[in-house]
Design a binder for this molecule. Structure first.
Ligand code: GKR
Ligand code: MG
Length: 429
């Protein structure tokens, strides 16, 4: 068996996204992703997926060149390559970048997001070469299926007039009745039993009413509300008080560890985050201050599946819960999330996934949710197959774009509907 990497292919794509609202604005009609392929001397190809904005592509290209000749099994070596890959300092703010909704923006985090796409591709190729599923390479699954939650969004029926985009069949959801209707569709289509509402869009009273309506429609089901840090400490505590009896957890009610710690100190409602603990360096302060009770890992920015396992072990050590965050993603990432989630013993909350919102994919067969769960594949590698025609189609869309959609920018997308829209300052309420 020859595990040496002989070729690496990077394919940026634009994938259709519905007009989902968040505190920044609205999703663009198409969002960038990067599909990574690594090929071994034996002709085995592994696939990975990560963010596709220019700043990730700029790093992924020199990274790919350095991979040639290395072994797909040399996963630690990916971090060495990352350290050697220079990041243009103008690409990172070094602080919590509210626009990113993914916590602090640093050069390391950018590198780790690129590593994650290559790590998944290497694991896929290694698994295919050895005839083992990715979960086996990670130590073996401890569950046969991974539970996901319905990710509810306020949304418009369509993208703003005159903006090219695909039509979806979800309809609008801009009030409690619309959110309950959307949740019903999620349960009918995928069998989800827990629900997360993306908040920070409307004044808190309206979002409290939406969660109350969900609680009435789905009594006893786990509910979460995530305004992406849009609230002050006082508002967060007010929401926690009003919804404390129905919430599984509040996700990033306020921005940053100090504010989250203040909220946590004054409420019994657990707080989850994918914004204030997004790197290993941020763990100590957040855990010492008791700022968060659940960390939502995202293998894309934590640096891959093995780092996700390390994060889970640290959380277990400190008695902090762990689950998974997601951003707009396709089936390769869902497969990767499912493999790693299947190996984490202390996973006690349903993971997030945007996947149901993505009607397009680059796979020959979409992954499916049954009773809200994805079955863990035992096929070699990730257990997915790239559809080259679909990949080419989505890449063509990226090539044809004039550049305006190649960077995800929810505030810019909102300006198509409201030219005066500016990124709201935080706290917004
Ligand atoms: O897709 O609008 C969105 C989400 O707000 C996403 O950007 C966040 O990263 O899903 C995420 C979250 O849980 O914060
Ligand atoms: Mg979140």
């Amino acid at each position: 068996m020859n595990l040496a990497i002989t070729d690496v292919r990077l394919t940026p794509i634009l994938v259709a996204d519905p007009p989902l609202l968040n505190t920044q604005g609205v999703h663009q009609p198409y969002t960038p992703r990067l599909i990574v392929e690594v090929e071994t001397a034996d002709g085995v190809t592994g696939v990975g997926e990560t963010y596709g904005d220019t700043k990730y592509l700029e790093l992924a290209r020199p990274f790919a060149e350095r991979l040639i000749g290395r072994q797909v099994s040399d996963l630690n070596g990916l971090f060495t390559i990352a350290d050697q890959t220079a990041v243009d300092s103008s690409r990172v703010s070094g602080k919590v970048d509210v626009g990113g909704l993914r916590g602090v923006q640093t050069a390391d985090k950018l590198r780790l997001s690129v590593v994650s796409g290559f790590e998944v591709a290497c694991l896929d190729a290694l698994g295919k070469s050895l005839g083992l599923p990715v979960h086996a390479l990670l130590g073996g699954k401890v569950r046969d299926a991974v539970e996901y939650s319905a990710y509810l969004f306020y949304k418009w029926a369509g993208h703003p007039e005159g903006v090219p985009g695909e039509q979806d069949d979800w309809g609008a959801a801009i009030d409690p009745a619309g959110i309950v209707e959307q949740a019903r569709r999620f349960t009918e289509r995928y069998g989800f039993t827990s629900f997360k509402l993306k908040g920070g869009v409307f004044p808190p009273e309206e979002e409290i009413a939406a969660v109350r309506a969900l609680a009435a429609a789905f009594p006893g089901h786990p509910l979460r509300l995530d305004p992406n840090g849009a609230w002050s400490v006082a508002t967060s505590l007010k929401v926690a008080k009003e919804l404390g009896d129905v919430l599984e957890y509040l996700e990033d009610p306020a921005l940053g560890t100090p504010a989250m710690a203040e909220v946590a100190a004054a409420t019994g409602v657990p707080l989850a985050t994918n914004m204030c603990v997004t790197t290993f360096a941020e763990i100590q302060e957040a855990f010492t201050r008791g700022a968060v009770q659940v960390v939502l890992s995202d293998h894309h920015y934590w640096g891959g599946l093995r780092n996700t396992q390390q994060l889970a072990a640290i959380c277990r050590t400190f008695g902090v819960g762990v689950s998974m965050h997601s951003n707009t993603h396709l089936g390769i990432s869902l497969a990767a999330m499912t493999h790693v989630a299947s190996t984490v013993p202390n996973l006690h909350h349903a993971c997030d996934s945007h996947y149901p919102w993505q009607a397009e994919d680059v796979l020959t067969e979409r992954l499916t949710f049954d009773d809200g769960k994805v079955t863990v594949s035992d096929a070699p590698g990730l257990g997915v197959t790239l559809d080259r025609e679909k990949l080419a189609f989505l890449h063509r869309r990226w090539l044809d774009d004039d550049g305006s959609l190649r960077e995800r920018d929810d505030a810019a997308a909102m300006r198509w509907a409201d030219p005066d829209w500016v990124t709201p300052s935080v706290p917004r309420w």
